[in-house]
Ligand binder design. Structure first.
Ligand SMILES: [Zn+2]
Length: 219
């Protein structure tokens, strides 16, 4: 399992700036902590940047695509002219079922552990969601422009990282269990004749055989 972690902005692009604080620094801070937590959980991680450097959006997608990452997690902070705006929102690419589910797990975990306002899962064709080949989400942790949210971002960065990691882990666990139960159902129906490891790859030959059995069963 390989997760691409993408700390938004960096280098010449600070992202949102509130007082002395730059979004690129908070994103990197949380992303590096997320990397360490995921590695401890036995999940491999590739970073689109691990220091304060300029990386354009296509480069970020290329890094994840070339590494064949399974999932892509972009970390950002929100900002708005009205300082009362606050809370967490997580974006997925429109129509991506895995993206939507992963976004929901991460969103729920952040809101539950940090107590931020739940602004929900949203759908946008953001560049890094569109041009990555794997299911991808973009998390807006909280609002730098809101004093309470900013305090959380500065003081509870480890908790944000932990919440994202737990969300990812719960999503993967559920997905694995669904896969195992689907395999059992296919076996019970005689569509496959042995029990596969839900994490193992299927050859095109095996896949084609399953499709043919389904098509012939439907005639
Ligand atoms: Zn941003």
């Amino acid at each position: 399992m390989l997760i691409a972690v993408d700390p938004g902005h960096g280098g010449k692009d600070p992202g949102a700036v509130v007082g002395d604080y730059k979004e690129k620094d908070i994103n990197l801070n949380v992303a590096l902590k997320l990397r360490d937590i995921l590695i401890k959980k036995g999940i491999d991680v590739i970073m689109t940047r691990d220091k304060d450097e300029t990386v354009d959006l296509q480069q970020r997608c290329d890094i994840a695509n070339k590494a064949h990452a399974n999932y892509f997690i972009s970390i950002h902070c929100n900002s708005f002219k009205d300082p009362s705006a606050n809370g967490t929102e997580t974006y997925a690419y429109p129509g991506s079922i895995d993206g939507r589910n992963l976004a929901q797990y991460v969103q729920n975990e952040i809101v539950k552990t940090l107590g931020t306002k739940d602004r929900g899962v949203k759908y946008e064709k953001f560049y890094v969601l569109k041009y990555t080949y794997m299911p991808a989400i973009l998390v807006e942790l909280a609002f730098m422009s809101n004093p309470d949210d900013l305090k959380l971002l500065l003081e509870k960065d480890s908790i944000f990282a932990e919440a994202i990691a737990v969300g990812i882990e719960d999503f993967l666990k559920t997905k694995f269990e669904e896969g195992e139960s689907a395999i059992q159902k296919l076996k019970a129906k005689g569509i496959i004749n042995k029990v596969y490891d839900a994490k193992s790859y299927v050859t095109w030959g095996e896949f084609a055989s399953v499709i043919i059995k389904l098509l012939e069963g439907m005639k």
